[in-house]
Design a protein around this ligand. Structure first.
Ligand SMILES: Cc1ncc(COP(=O)(O)O)c(C=O)c1O
Length: 408
């Protein structure tokens, strides 16, 4: 399935429902398709724990729940609380915090949620405070991959996961405090496209697993499946990845109990392509080398291009609907008072005009969830096109009074 690009009419309906732009516009069908795809590809032994850091919109969480995800991967205490609020049981929530304070560790443990612990420091404090408790271990299996350096989470010198050099120390703590290791986990990075990295990650985890326990409830291979930010590229061939992975996974599973299961915890793969950010052109400013196309959104709503120099295709829905000819050398920028507020440099687009509707595609992961109220602009409204075609508001745009309450 290609990333969601609404028709001009669908975009107008979404904007009308939200009163104005900017709007994160999600296609519920897309969410269901991605869950179905992972489940049918990897089979019953694999559970899908959605990494809700990618997008915690309540409509999206409910849609994924209805689509059949098995649980949530959380990274912060309030994510745990939100997961519970929308109906996930503690046993179906995993907490993969990092750099956790002891208070945070205790809070999550008291919620009945299993902690997935990725450093000696946190493991020691967990053991001291919760002798005999169950937990999972996040390992660094010395393999990293991802869309850009900032999102690689495995390999040499990373803050994530217990490295090989620390295994003996981890085992000492586990024995001293009688901890029960029920799961082993590694997440090598976010947005990778090579089957080889995926398989190496799986092998890396399985090779290290038995050191810690031979009676596990689960092995968790993390998330990170790459998505497309461009409608011209084919999706990764997940079926081919599974063909290589499943024999390795099945061999290991045969050594475990019948209740043993695997987990993936994708964020991006489930939600990234389901959503675009709709914005309107508010300014056209020809300069010497480029024509700036100003919009009514910015890096306060979608920070990935400014933070990671990431690419998102930008489609002028109005100009396409009107069959306009192409203009080259356009730089699409936001309305934040910062010169780094750029969505795309020197791109072509059918001739832009003020008030045209643009769709910034594949903005469903790490868009909404990383947005801020910098310069006191409210977050974008969030709208979903439901499976039955109706349009529903999943998050309203906040008023000044609501922002004022938040900042006090
Ligand atoms: C521990 C963990 N699990 C899962 C994810 C989700 O990654 P992605 O959204 O690329 O699937 C992340 C994100 O980096 C992560 O840190």
């Amino acid at each position: 399935m290609k990333p969601f690009v609404p028709s001009y009419d669908e975009a107008v309906s979404a904007i009308t429902k939200a009163d104005s732009t900017p709007v994160y516009f999600t296609n519920e069908n897309h969410l269901h398709h991605k869950v179905d795809l992972l489940k049918s590809t990897f089979g019953n032994r694999v559970k899908i724990f959605y990494a809700m850091k990618a997008n915690y919109n309540i409509g999206i969480l409910n849609a994924l729940k209805n689509a059949g995800i098995d649980g949530l991967d959380t990274v912060a205490p309030y994510e745990v609380l939100l997961g519970k609020k929308i109906g996930f049981k503690a046993k179906d929530i995993l907490f993969t915090g990092n750099s956790c304070s002891t208070d945070e560790i205790n809070f999550v443990h008291d919620q009945g949620v299993i902690l997935n612990i990725g450093s000696i420091s946190e493991l020691r404090r967990f053991g001291e405070n919760h002798k005999g408790a169950s937990c999972a271990l996040r390992l660094n299996v010395d393999i990293g991959a991802g869309e850009c350096d900032f999102v690689v989470t495995g390999g040499e010198d990373t803050k994530f996961g217990i490295s090989d050099k620390d295994h003996d120390e981890a085992l000492k703590i586990i024995n001293n405090h009688n901890l029960k290791i029920i799961g082993i986990h590694a997440h090598i990075g976010s947005g990778f496209y090579e089957k080889d990295s995926f398989i190496a990650g799986i092998q890396g985890v399985l090779e290290r697993t038995l050191k810690f326990s031979n009676q596990l409830d689960f092995v968790n291979f993390g998330g990170g499946f790459g998505i497309r930010y461009n409608t011209h590229k084919d999706p990764i061939n997940i079926g081919d990845w599974a063909k290589s992975a499943l024999p390795i996974m099945n061999d290991f599973a045969a050594t475990q109990s019948d209740d043993f299961h695997y987990r993936f915890e994708p964020g991006k793969f489930l939600v990234g392509e389901s959503t675009c950010l709709l914005t309107k052109i508010t300014m056209i400013k020809p300069e010497r080398k480029t024509i700036f196309i100003g919009t009514d959104t910015g890096f306060n709503h979608l920070i990935r291009p400014a933070l990671y120099q990431s690419y998102h295709e930008i489609i002028n829905l109005t100009a396409i609907a009107q069959n306009r000819d192409t203009t080259n050398n356009l730089t699409v920028v936001g309305n934040v008072c910062e010169s780094g507020d750029i969505f795309a440099n020197n791109i072509p687009m059918p001739e832009p005009r003020e008030s045209d509707i643009l769709a910034i595609i594949s903005a469903g992961a790490y868009g909404q969830s990383m947005s801020t109220i910098y310069q006191l602009r409210p977050p974008a409204a969030e709208i979903m096109m439901m499976k039955n075609g109706s349009i529903s508001v999943t998050k309203t745009r906040k008023s000044f009074d609501e922002l004022y309450a938040f900042i006090q």
